[in-house]
Write a protein that binds this ligand. Structure first.
Ligand SMILES: [Zn+2]
Length: 204
């Protein structure tokens, strides 16, 4: 399986999960025109309807007649099996597991790691997971109190510390996604998550 990030931050999110013959795009918080020049998608899966995940959706729909799905379903596309599961955000949101010769799970915005999410994390060969903010650095950011409260809530976003806890002892290769530029720091996040989890991680 092949994975790629076209955009991964609080400003935009768009990822490719692919076999040799089938291309699945997760979220379109990225220029659809640029994306479609590079890749011919067989399906687009939406995690949730916040603008950093769907800003390119209208243009995408105009130029790609592939399947577009959000919700709970099992679906075969090409040689890949797609399964979905709910995550915990302040709007209806899903994570996806895509299985070909490897099992790839992607989970983005979520305020907590639910039992269902942890099951998917434990089974994955490749895991793309949010590490949005750092629980210490967020208090040094210029965010106002209500926004900090929302991010830290059970329907907000995953912190470095929550993600580290969730990936302890798992077999998957881990890619950190949706990292905030205001309340996290790439080098620091990598160090702290590796220290707390005992696992090597890559950053998207
Ligand atoms: Zn969101």
């Amino acid at each position: 399986m092949r994975i790629k990030s076209y955009a991964s931050s609080s400003k935009g999110n768009c990822y490719l999960i692919a076999s040799d013959t089938t291309n699945i795009i997760i979220d379109i918080g990225y220029s659809a025109t640029k994306l479609l020049k590079e890749v011919n998608p067989d399906a687009l899966l939406i995690t949730h309807h916040h603008s950093d995940h769907i800003s390119g959706l209208e243009v995408f729909k105009k130029h790609c007649d592939c399947e577009i799905r959000q919700g709970l379903f099992d679906l075969i596309v090409g040689d890949l099996l797609i399964e979905s599961f709910p995550v915990s955000h302040d709007v209806e949101s899903y994570g996806y597991t895509i299985t070909g010769d490897e099992r790839v799970t992607i989970m983005l915005d979520s305020g907590t790691v639910t039992d269902i999410m942890q099951e998917q994390i434990d089974l994955a060969d490749i895991l793309i997971i949010e590490a949005n903010h750092d629980e210490k650095l967020i208090h040094l950011s210029d965010y106002h109190e209500e926004l900090i409260e929302r991010i830290l809530s059970d329907t907000g976003h995953l912190s470095n510390q929550q993600t580290a806890q969730a990936i302890k002892g798992i077999k998957a290769k881990v890619y950190l996604a949706h990292m905030s530029e205001n309340s996290n720091n790439r080098a620091y996040a990598k160090t702290i998550i590796q220290k707390l989890s005992g696992k090597e991680v890559e950053i998207f």
